[in-house]
Write a protein that binds this ligand. Structure first.
Ligand SMILES: [Zn+2]
Length: 468
């Protein structure tokens, strides 16, 4: 059984078969750096970080491309409101994004592509769309004509913007169909602009993604990811542009969408006043805890966020982390083999199989973590009666799971290794002292360790230690 992924385009789980052998081209809609990175962003970027990690774990060569919307209405509005240059609006938020992603161990992106570095490709695509009558220029603006594309609506099942009751439709007289969208926007006073055959202006939001991906990946690629709320019109527009421009279908083979992050049943957003900036969350919770909280749900499921659910995640994660730390400590003192080795080896094998089966089922991290928890229970029950070699197996299993999920990365950090090496050496010195009946020294070592939160326990197979 291989990997199966849920494809929004076909509304079905499909066997994952990349277009070019073992190579995978993956693109995810990136940030518009005009405001703080929030928890909703974190949910999406952690999800696709896990997707890339798991594909690499399975032996695929993944190129993960993410755009940066470094010019659009939001940025232009922020420039005007705060009287700043485009660069000065972007810089602090972009730096904050990189810092917060680092804290969440989101490390899989191969290339961040700025929209403004692809103006040439954007203009070229718009010219191609005008030449084939899929787009039209009105004054200095250019629009895509949705009526010229028979696939319009095939991704989302939607053809027009859903309006909230009572909302007024702003009719743009320049558009032939109200659903037509801007490919190029003419410059208004004080706005950043680039040269084009239609005069000075800037690209529309949707065209930057297809300009970047067609330049990097060609007319077709494997995975396009993004948040569910981008499905319409943004992703629909990408399909219309790309398939009209290249004549090749499908533009993207697998469309993957992440569920929303809700707060008390409502979407997190600035306008609802329930906005949680990621850096504020990181001031209260360790990045690993936040990441664990996010991966403990399937990426397509919505997450209901609350302080209580985060605190629960923190407690669960601490229990797992303790088991993993105990295994590392135990390995140094355990005899080569122990009576419960077969039980533990069988549990490790079973956990690896369950983990892969879960991840092969559309990256089901929740089920994968359930396998890890069950495994940790067996480890806790057998610890003290297993040998070094079986514990190395356990450690390797945790390393494999952690590598895919991006968790417990401090498990084997050099600082921990040093601390654990020193503790083990002290424990051994205490054993030597006891062997020569120098109880004054052995008690003193025990007290020093206790003062640093290290508890000692005498067992049949020797002295064990753990952190309190
Ligand atoms: Zn996008």
């Amino acid at each position: 059984m291989g990997l199966r992924v849920y494809n929004t385009l076909t509304r079905a789980k499909e066997e994952f078969v990349p277009l070019r052998g073992r190579r995978v081209h993956m693109f995810v809609c990136g940030l518009t750096p005009y405001d703080h990175t929030h928890l909703g962003h974190a949910k999406t970027y952690v999800a696709f970080d896990v997707v890339a990690r798991y594909l690499r774990h399975k032996g695929y060569s993944v190129f993960y491309l993410e755009n940066v919307t470094d010019v659009d209405d939001h940025i232009v509005d922020a420039m005007k409101a705060r009287n700043l240059s485009r660069e000065d609006v972007i810089r602090p938020f972009w730096e904050e994004y990189l810092e917060t992603m680092d804290a969440l161990n989101v490390t899989s992106v191969n290339l961040f592509a700025n929209a403004t570095d692809y103006i040439h490709e954007i203009v070229e695509q718009i010219q191609g769309l005008i030449a084939t009558n899929h787009a039209y220029a009105v004054g200095g603006d250019v629009y895509f004509a949705v009526d010229t594309f028979d696939g319009w609506g095939k991704l989302s099942g939607q053809k027009t913007e859903e309006l909230l009751p009572g909302a007024r439709v702003e009719v743009d007289a320049k558009k032939r169909n109200p659903a037509d969208f801007a490919l190029w926007k003419s410059q208004k006073p004080g706005e950043p602009a680039w040269d084009s055959p239609w005069g000075k202006g800037r690209p529309g939001w949707h065209i930057e993604d297809t300009a970047i991906t067609i330049a990097r990946f060609g007319p077709q690629y494997d995975i396009h990811g993004g948040a569910t709320e981008l499905m319409f019109p943004h992703h629909e527009a990408e399909i219309a542009q790309a398939e009209s421009f290249t004549g090749k279908r499908p533009f993207v083979k697998y469309w993957l969408h992440t569920g929303l992050l809700n707060i008390k049943g409502e979407k997190m957003s600035k306008s609802l006043g329930n906005f949680w900036a990621l850096r504020d969350a990181l001031a209260q919770y360790d990045g690993e805890v936040l990441r664990f909280f996010l991966v403990y749900a399937h990426y397509r499921s919505p997450i209901d966020f609350s302080q209580e659910s985060l605190d629960e995640a923190k407690a669960s994660y601490a229990r797992l982390a303790e088991t993993i730390a105990n295994v590392a400590a135990e390995r140094r003192l355990a005899p080569p083999s122990g009576p419960d080795d077969p039980t533990l080896r069988a549990a490790a094998k079973n956990a690896r199989v369950r983990f892969e089966v879960a991840m092969d089922d559309d990256f089901n991290t929740r089920e994968a973590l359930a396998a890890v928890f069950d495994f940790a229970n067996t480890v806790n029950k057998t610890l003290g009666r297993v040998g070094k070699e079986a514990l190395e197996d356990v450690d390797a299993a945790f390393e494999r799971f952690g590598g895919v999920l991006g968790l417990w990365r401090r498990r084997g950090s050099s600082r921990d290794d040093l601390a654990e090496g020193l503790v083990s050496a002290l424990v051994q010195l205490r054993e030597d002292a006891r062997a020569r009946k120098d109880f004054a020294v052995s008690d003193r070592i025990r007290d020093v360790l206790a003062a640093h939160g290290i508890a000692l326990q005498d067992t049949k197979t020797g002295v064990r230690w753990k952190r309190r």
